[in-house]
Write a protein of this length. Structure first.
Length: 225
């Protein structure tokens, strides 16, 4: 699977011939100012929750690409009110898409739309197909529910926040990796704001000490996972 990073928690995973775009936030992210929003392609846009740092470019990219938006029912309602037409509302549960089986799983966080309307419950996405399995936790603290994931799938990689303050920090993310039984971690939700600036080398060392590999992708970087 091909992973391309666009800053904060925004990335594309290419799998099963489809481009899955997660949590588009480029406009307003000073670190992603070299990313051309209009060059990003997507077949699906998956939204973990309604906060501005996860939905900033959702409407414009959905309208331009015609991608289908997959998110909590309430997030989808909001997107439809902004004129997005192709949507797939979910709540915690699973559905078989043409790119594989998707499970929308809970996250411990909050969710409101940029206009203040209710964003439903925040979540994360587990995706399983014959190329492999991966899990994006969304914004969350460490939670015992993560221990359920290995019952569903053996993960090839996990994408999770490591910036702290609003989400897990590196210490909790190391425990999360243990819960998830996955040794390859892509860190997201770091450096964007003052509260979540991290020391890259120290953070990687923390994961290495636990026998894990932490990848802190560079913006616009593509990695084969
Ligand atoms: Ni959030
Ligand atoms: Mn966030």
């Amino acid at each position: 699977m091909k992973f391309t990073y666009y800053g904060h928690s925004c990335f594309v995973v290419e799998t099963a011939g489809k481009k899955l775009l997660f949590d588009p936030f480029i406009t307003g992210n000073e670190l992603a100012k070299d990313v051309d929003v209009n060059s990003i392609e997507a077949d699906y846009i998956l939204i973990s929750h309604g906060h501005g740092d996860h939905v900033a470019d959702l409407v414009s990219i959905a309208k331009r690409t015609g991608a289908t938006v997959i998110a909590a029912f309430e997030v989808v309602n909001w997107a439809q009110q902004q004129g997005v037409e192709k949507v797939h509302p979910m709540n915690f549960g699973s559905y078989k898409f043409d790119f594989g089986m998707l499970k929308f799983l809970p996250a411990w966080h909050s969710s409101a739309m940029p206009d203040g309307s209710y964003g439903g419950n925040p979540g994360g996405f587990l995706i399983m197909n014959n190329e492999g399995n991966f899990y994006y936790t969304g914004d969350t603290c460490l939670m015992m529910d993560m221990q359920l994931v290995p019952r569903y799938a053996k993960l090839d990689f996990v994408i999770m926040p490591v910036g702290g303050n609003f989400t897990m920090d590196a210490g909790d993310a190391v425990i999360a990796a243990e819960f998830l039984q996955c040794k390859k971690i892509v860190g997201v939700h770091f450096d964007t704001f003052g509260y979540i600036k991290i020391d890259h080398e120290a953070t990687k060392a923390q994961f290495k000490a636990a026998g894990n590999e932490l990848i802190l992708p560079k913006i616009k970087e593509t990695i084969n996972l």
